[in-house]
Design a protein around this ligand. Structure first.
Ligand SMILES: NC(=O)c1ccc[n+]([C@@H]2O[C@H](COP(=O)([O-])OP(=O)(O)OC[C@H]3O[C@@H](n4cnc5c(N)ncnc54)[C@H](OP(=O)(O)O)[C@@H]3O)[C@@H](O)[C@H]2O)c1
Length: 279
C-alpha cells in the first residue's frame, strides 16, 4: 500500500523508525527491511539517531540485492537547540548554510544522492513561526526545487504553526510528523489541516504515548475479534483514518506482527469508538 501527498510522490504506508537504536541500528534496519518495511525514518542528530549506521545497513542491503530506489528514506534537519556538541554542521554559520551542510552530511551518511523526504525536526519556538523557521524552510524549499529531496516536511508542529506554514510558504509541506496522543483525538486538529492540503500525516509514539489505550478493555476485545494484539489494532486504526504510523520496535516478532496490521479491517463503529476512546 502507498500514500500520495499533493505532489503525487508515493510513500509506503508504514514506516520503521530508528530513534534510540544506538549501535543496534545497522542490524535492526536490515531486519526491518527483511521483515517487509519499505520506509525508514532517521535524523542527522546523534543524541537520538545513528544516521551513518542506517547508511551502513543500506550498503549491506544493496549487497543482498535490495536497491536504494526500492526503499523510501526520510531524514531530518535538527537545529542547534536539538543537538549536542556533535552538531553535523557549522553551528556558527547562517541557517541556510546549516541546512545545506546538514543535508549534504545526511546524503554522505546514507550513501545516497537523494532522499525521499526531508523533514524539519521542529520549529524554533512553541507558538507561531519566527524568522529562523522561515529561513530554514526557505532553504528546505531550495533542496526540494533542486530535486535532491522528493518531499519536504515538518515535525513537532502545532495546528496554528501548520496553518501559518500552509498559508505563507512558497512550497507547502508534503509531510507532517507528530507524536500522536489519543487524548487529543489522535492529533485531530493537525490531521484536519493535513487532509484537505494533501499532506501525509505521520504519527509517532502511537504505542508509547498511549499506554492506557493499549490496555483498554475495548481495544482488547477488538484485538480478540481480529485474533491479533492491541498494538496492531492501534496501527490499523491509524491506517484506516489516513495516518501513516511509525513503529520503533526492536523485536523481529513485533516487526512482523506490526506489518500484519495492513491486512486487518476495523468496522466503522470500531473506528468511531477508538477515535474518541481517550477523550
Ligand atoms: N520527529 C520526532 O521528534 C520523533 C520523536 C520520537 C520518535 N520519532 C520517530 O518515531 C519512531 C517511533 O517512535 P517510538 O519508538 O516512540 O514508537 P512506538 O512504536 O510507539 O514505541 C516503540 C515501543 O513499542 C514497543 N512495540 C512495538 N511494536 C510492538 C508490538 N507489536 N507489541 C508490543 N510492543 C511493541 C517496542 O517494544 P519492542 O522493542 O520490545 O518491540 C518499543 O518499546 C522513532 O524511531 C523515530 O523514528 C520521531
Amino acid at each position: 500500500m502507498t500514500l500520495k501527498a499533493y505532489n503525487q510522490v508515493p510513500m509506503p504506508s508504514f514506516m520503521y523508525g530508528t530513534a534510540w537504536k544506538k549501535e543496534a541500528t545497522t542490524q535492526l534496519v536490515e531486519l526491518a527491511v527483511a521483515s517487509g518495511f519499505k520506509a525508514i525514518d532517521t535524523a542527522n542528530q546523534l543524541i537520538h539517531y545513528q544516521e551513518a549506521l542506517v547508511g551502513e545497513a543500506l550498503q549491506a542491503l544493496e549487497k543482498q540485492g535490495i536497491k536504494r530506489d526500492t526503499l523510501f528514506l526520510q531524514t531530518k534537519f535538527t537545529s542547534v537547540d536539538g543537538q549536542d556538541h556533535r552538531t553535523p554542521y557549522d553551528a556558527s554559520a547562517d541557517l541556510t548554510t546549516q541546512v545545506r551542510q546538514s543535508f549534504d552530511s545526511s546524503l554522505n551518511h546514507l550513501n545516497t544522492e537523494y532522499v525521499d523526504s526531508y523533514v524539519l525536526h521542529g520549529p524554533h519556538q512553541r507558538r507561531g513561526l519566527g524568522e529562523a523557521d522561515w529561513e530554514v524552510w526557505t532553504a528546505m524549499e531550495g533542496l526540494y526545487q533542486s530535486g535532491k529531496t522528493k518531499m519536504i516536511g515538518i515535525s513537532n508542529i502545532t495546528a496554528g504553526q501548520l496553518t501559518e506554514l500552509c498559508e505563507q510558504a512558497t512550497i507547502k509541506p508534503m509531510v507532517v510528523q507528530n507524536r500522536c496522543f489519543a487524548v487529543l483525538g489522535w492529533d485531530k486538529e493537525v490531521r484536519e489541516i493535513c487532509q484537505p492540503n494533501g499532506i501525509i500525516y505521520q504519527g509517532f509514539s502511537l504505542l508509547t504515548a498511549n499506554r492506557a489505550v493499549l490496555a483498554d478493555r475495548e481495544i482488547r476485545t477488538i484485538a480478540q475479534r481480529l485474533a491479533t494484539g492491541p498494538a496492531q489494532v492501534i496501527f490499523r486504526f491509524a491506517m484506516q483514518i489516513g495516518m501513516l504510523p511509525l513503529t520503533g520496535t526492536t523485536s523481529q516478532q513485533h516487526m512482523k506482527e506490526d506489518l500484519q496490521a495492513e491486512q486487518l479491517a476495523l468496522s466503522t463503529e470500531e473506528i468511531q469508538r477508538i477515535e474518541t476512546i481517550a477523550m
